[in-house]
Design a binder for this molecule. Structure first.
Ligand SMILES: [Mg+2]
Length: 229
C-alpha cells in the first residue's frame, strides 16, 4: 500500500468558499454598471461562458471582460474594463482570503504531507493566488484556465502530480464534487473523498453528491484525525 502522503485538493467549496450565487450575481451587476451594459444580460453571459472562461479560451481577465461586455452590446473604454476587472479581482481575493482551512493544512503539513490544488477556475484566480495565504501552503497548483483543460480530464490532475513528482496512486483527492472531479480522480487511481462541509453547503453546486458512493468527510478536521492513525 502506498503511504499516500500527497493530498490533491479542489479549491472552491473545499479550501475556500466558492461564493454564494447571490454574491456572484451582485458582482456581475456591479461590473455591468461600470461597463454600462444591461445587468441581467451581463449576469447571464457570465454564467453562460463558465466553461469557456475556465478553459481559458477567452483570454486574460481584461480581454474576457471586454468580450463579455461586447457580447451584450456594450463598448466599454479600457478604463471601464480595468475598473470592472478590479471589482472581479477584489471578489476573488476575498474568497481566497478565507482561512478556515489553514489550521488543518498546517497540521497536515507538520506531519509531512504535501499538497496540490487542482481547480476549474477563470483568469482572476491565478491573479489573486500570489497574494493569498494559500500560496505559501500549497506546493503546486493546476489552474484550468492556464492549462486549457478542466476536471475531470486526466491532464489537469496529472499536471499537479507531475510537478509533485508522485504517481496518482500515491495521492488522496479531496473535493466537494464539482466538475465530476471525484470520479476523475478515481479513474486515475487516486483515493477520493468528498468533502461536504456544512459551512460551505450553500456556496457551491455539488454535481456528484447524489451519485458518489465513496468516502465522505464533513470537515477537514476529519482528515487531520485520520492522519494520526
Ligand atoms: Mg469545488
Amino acid at each position: 500500500m502506498h503511504p499516500r502522503r500527497t493530498i490533491i485538493f479542489d479549491l472552491y467549496g473545499t479550501l475556500v468558499p466558492g461564493g454564494y450565487r447571490i454574491q456572484r450575481d451582485t458582482l456581475a451587476f456591479q461590473m455591468a454598471d461600470v461597463l454600462e451594459v444591461d445587468r441581467m444580460k451581463f449576469a447571464d453571459i457570465v454564467r453562460a461562458t463558465f466553461d469557456a472562461r475556465v478553459r481559458g479560451t477567452m483570454g486574460g481577465l481584461l480581454e474576457t471582460i471586454s468580450e463579455l461586455a461586447q457580447r451584450v452590446g456594450g463598448s466599454p473604454t479600457s478604463r471601464q474594463v480595468a475598473l470592472a476587472a478590479e471589482q472581479r479581482l477584489a471578489f476573488s481575493r476575498g474568497l481566497l482570503s478565507d482561512t478556515y482551512s489553514a489550521p488543518y493544512l498546517s497540521q497536515l503539513k507538520s506531519r509531512g504531507y504535501q499538497f496540490g490544488v487542482v481547480t476549474d477556475c477563470s483568469a482572476e484566480t491565478p491573479l489573486s493566488w500570489n497574494s493569498s495565504w494559500l500560496r505559501d501552503v500549497i506546493d503546486v497548483v493546476a489552474f484550468s484556465c492556464e492549462l486549457g483543460v478542466r476536471k475531470p480530464d486526466p491532464d489537469i490532475y496529472l499536471a499537479a502530480t507531475r510537478k509533485l513528482n508522485v504517481q496518482p496512486e500515491e495521492c488522496v483527492f479531496i473535493g466537494d464534487g464539482g466538475s465530476n472531479e471525484l470520479h476523475g480522480a478515481v479513474e486515475l487511481g487516486m483515493a477520493a473523498t468528498m468533502l461536504v462541509d456544512p459551512n460551505l453547503l450553500d456556496t457551491y453546486p455539488f454535481d456528484e453528491v447524489r451519485s458518489w458512493d465513496g468516502a465522505i468527510i464533513t470537515s477537514l478536521a476529519e482528515l487531520v484525525s485520520a492522519s494520526n492513525e
